[in-house]
Design a protein around this ligand. Sequence first.
Ligand code: AMX
Length: 435
Amino acid sequence: PVSLKDRLAELIPVELEKVKRVRADHGKKAFGPVIVDQLYGGMRGLPALIWDGSVLDPFEGIRFRGKTIPECQALLPKAPGGSEPLPEGLFWLLVTGEIPTQEQVTELSKDWAARSAIPEFVEEILDRCPPTLHPMSQFSLAVTALNHNSAFAKAYADGIPKKEYWGPTFEDSMDLIAKLPNIAGRVYRNVFGQGKLPAIDASKDYSHNLATLLGFGDNEGFVELLRLYITIHSDHEGGNVSAHTGKLVGSALSDPFLAYGAALNGLAGPLHGLANQEVLLWLRKMQNTIGEDASDEAVKEYVWSTLRGGQVVPGYGHAVLRKTDPRYTAQREFALKHLPDDKLFKLVGQIYNIVPDVLLEAGKAKNPWPNVDAHSGVLLSHYGLTQMQFYTVLFGVSRAFGVAAQLIWDRALGAPLERPKSYSTDAIDKMFRDK
Ligand code: AMX
């Protein structure tokens, strides 16, 4: 089928059977021991969630439905004249596990354009936000308010049976993704620019329309960057803060707008998505302190001064990865192709040769290598999107693709309310004191 919903309807019964079989065969098998440190240590490595959309290997990095980033770049449909994958195709892949045809992604572009308008009262909410309110807070307010028109909330109130939950969840998820460019564009216009917001063009792809709403529609390089950016930021398996928050809140049968609003609030934290803003702030501060063409020695000393100040080096380290993030590498390759002489790009490359050794010598970080956020701001700023407080909003637009795909499948498979068990320190102490 050309329609994603029709294809999904074919896949759901097959997947339900597969889950049934896996649970019948393996449901009572143990995964391995849980150690007390995992309870205190942010649940690192605790097997706790199911998500087929993407899996993260500590050394290889992310695979979307089994495909690496370079494979996605090679296989997913492109825009006419473009060479980066269309995020429409990535969404199709996340939802179905299949590489879509050109016709299927074109259909998605059209569908999202048709759903893109936001209610007037949401525009008013955004227009009333003070420009000093962080763009991520504005973004999250608007996404949460979209729940006003949720198909899922309405269907639930009307008594929809559980096996049909996925239908209105799909509709809300499509609406959510479709409306994000108008929300992001309005936040950007209100906080950093002025003038009338351009309209969505139904003949253009999603990234092109997002670029247009940010005022960069004529900049083909920026449009290509957004296509790559959204694709690689879309999903990072199920346990990261934003993906897991979306799933957790969705498990209470909060609709996709409420679930995604919550996910965005997690993405807005400096250890997660806000790191892309923090990296640029840190780089600019470094340039102001040690100059633009600083020596390796001066850069190294600056990195040490960050650590001595008790701060983290933003863009480095990861809770799961133990090697350079392939999302970093994809962005570096984009930069080598399109902006090899950019000064800030050169600094990012210089830092790559210095920070890992410093972090290793400092001896705390388990992973001294760069993550996705070490590179994204440099690319955006090269094309003139220099307002770093806005960067996490673009991460937010992208992450909606993964969270939405996950919400659809959770409702299709009847995922239950999440409710892990918490323990008190006294209880743990008592449990193991004499053992
Ligand atoms: N700079 C300085 N110290 C670091 C560090 C870094 N980049 N990365 C880790 N450490 C420190 C931790 O703060 C921790 O110190 P503590 O024992 O005093 O609390 C110690 O090393 C051990 O941490 P870890 O097990 O290696 O990392 P983690 O799984 O607890 O946290 C992360 C992972 C990403 C939060 C951490 O590496 C970090 O703070 N990095 C900088 C912020 C950043 O880039 N975040 C974006 C991550 C990607 C994303 O989600 N978008």
